[in-house]
Design a protein around this ligand. Structure first.
Ligand code: IMP
Length: 434
């Protein structure tokens, strides 16, 4: 049985930890979209790993990791990550493969990302400046360079020349030399080529031989290019549709969908976030949850749990279960709020609006719940949670419309509650127990 694990908020939900935790139950972990804009933080025996491009499953020796065609690959970032893993004794040889159809992020994409943001001025998106958007632009405009193109030196030279010229026409303060970019790309190809595979075919053969796959999402549903808070989104399909297009598999192979959410809400970058708190409570969540970007170090915007947004993500992805993370960050609060609707003019909305202007004008409608003074941090059995923490979780499930199969109470792998009853009811056939 194959499981998709994806973000059901604005990214940074703690997917890295959940994927790492569930990986031993699967043979393969496959990334289907995004690039090194992601930052999946995993703690193993006190050592912190931040994985940007390589699936979080790589930390488990017997597991094969795939980077699908839907991902945009910055080879320098990929190699830096491979080297970092090697330093920590983790060898990726023979178990990390990259799709020949994945598009490359090359040095000019980063320049174009910075330029586009500067030109947007007040309307900037707050991108991670990794060249993600421009690489996807090239893909859609059918001028991108794919991993498989590295095998055709003549065509490659032509494409690099054309793309660098286009960059030089737009960026005026510096000129990039296409031949030096080409030599970089040729160097890259020497190291990348052994990792290149037809990932769709690889998966098809794996399924035939009974292997199971965990599909790892990056960013979150509300940053999805189609279903997120456009234009304040990333440039890929972070929602479940991206699994099929980003790996080349049919929808029936996605056996279950797990949406990861924090017990509160965060967002990094620009764009509306109805429950954002600008007061001490926002700062309390930021400090308690260490809410600073894993990639850019930017402080994340923090606020209360937004059930309207999560219900929407549940619909877009057909979520079977939730994984609720960072419960312990709420320890010690007197009162906790949950947004159950939006007040918009004289109307109350219970559905997430498509229009970002309307969303920006919405004021959250809150219900209040009492907090708990006993810590949830490190609790590993549902029954051991403080009563009010259990009540809070029950209410989150109710207002989100999806039960929680997993609750995370700390950054360590083991600080996790798995709920066998929910798994049996919603993901029958999955053996997720640790
Ligand atoms: P881009 O993906 O760099 O183009 O950035 C577009 C938007 O997505 C910006 O608001 C970023 O802050 C946000 N974003 C991109 N990747 C992540 C992520 O992994 N976590 C949270 N936000 C992200």
């Amino acid at each position: 049985m194959n499981l998709a694990v994806l973000g059901a908020q604005w990214g940074d939900e703690g997917k890295g930890k959940i994927v790492d935790l569930l990986t031993p139950r699967f043979d393969i972990v496959a990334r289907y979209q995004g690039g090194h804009n992601a930052g999946h933080t995993v703690y193993v025996n006190g050592t912190k790993f931040v994985l940007r491009l390589i699936p979080s499953g790589i930390l488990h020796p017997g597991v094969t990791c795939l980077i699908g065609n839907g991902v945009v690959v910055d080879p320098q970032a990929l190699f830096a990550e491979v080297d970092e893993l090697a330093k920590n004794g983790i060898d990726v040889d023979g178990r990390l493969f990259v799709s020949d159809k994945a598009h490359l992020i090359l040095p000019y994409h980063r320049d174009l990302d910075l330029l586009a943001e500067a030109r947007r001025g007040e309307r900037k998106i707050g991108t991670t400046s990794r060249g993600i958007g421009p690489a996807y632009e090239d893909k859609i405009a059918r001028r991108g360079i794919r991993v498989g193109d590295l095998a055709d030196p003549k065509g490659l030279a032509q494409s690099v020349r054309d793309n660098v010229s286009a960059r030089n026409r737009l960026v005026h303060d510096t000129t990039m030399d296409w031949q030096s970019v080409l030599s970089q790309v040729v160097e890259i190809s020497k190291r990348l080529t052994p990792m290149v595979r037809d990932v769709s075919l690889f998966l098809s053969e794996a399924f035939t031989s009974g292997k199971s796959v965990l599909f790892e999402g990056a960013q979150g549903t509300l940053l999805d290019i189609d279903h997120g808070t456009y234009p304040f989104v990333t440039s890929s399909n972070a929602s479940v549709g991206g699994v099929c297009t980003g790996l080349g598999i049919g929808p029936r192979l996605i056996g279950g969908v797990m949406g990861v959410v924090k017990a509160y809400a965060t967002r990094v970058g620009e764009g509306p976030m109805p429950t954002e708190l600008h007061d001490d409570m926002g700062q309390r969540l930021r400090d308690g949850g260490n809410e600073y970007g894993a990639v850019t170090g930017r402080p994340r915007r923090c606020g209360w749990y937004d059930a309207v947004a999560v219900r929407y993500a549940a619909r877009i992805n057909g979520l079977d279960v939730l994984a609720i993370t960072k419960m312990d960050v709420l320890d010690g609060l007197d009162e906790i709020r949950i947004c159950t609707g939006y007040r918009c003019g004289d109307r109350t909305l219970t559905e997430f609006p498509s229009d970002v202007g309307q969303l920006a004008a919405c004021v959250p409608v809150y219900e209040s719940m009492p907090g708990w003074s006993e810590p949830t941090k490190g609790v590993r059995r549902f029954a051991d949670l403080p009563t009010n923490a259990r009540r809070y979780l029950a209410r989150l499930e109710e207002v989100s419309g999806v039960p929680a199969a997993l609750v995370s109470t700390g950054s360590d792998r083991n600080d996790t509650i798995l709920r066998d009853d929910v798994i049996a009811a919603r993901l029958p056939g999955f053996k997720l127990a640790i």
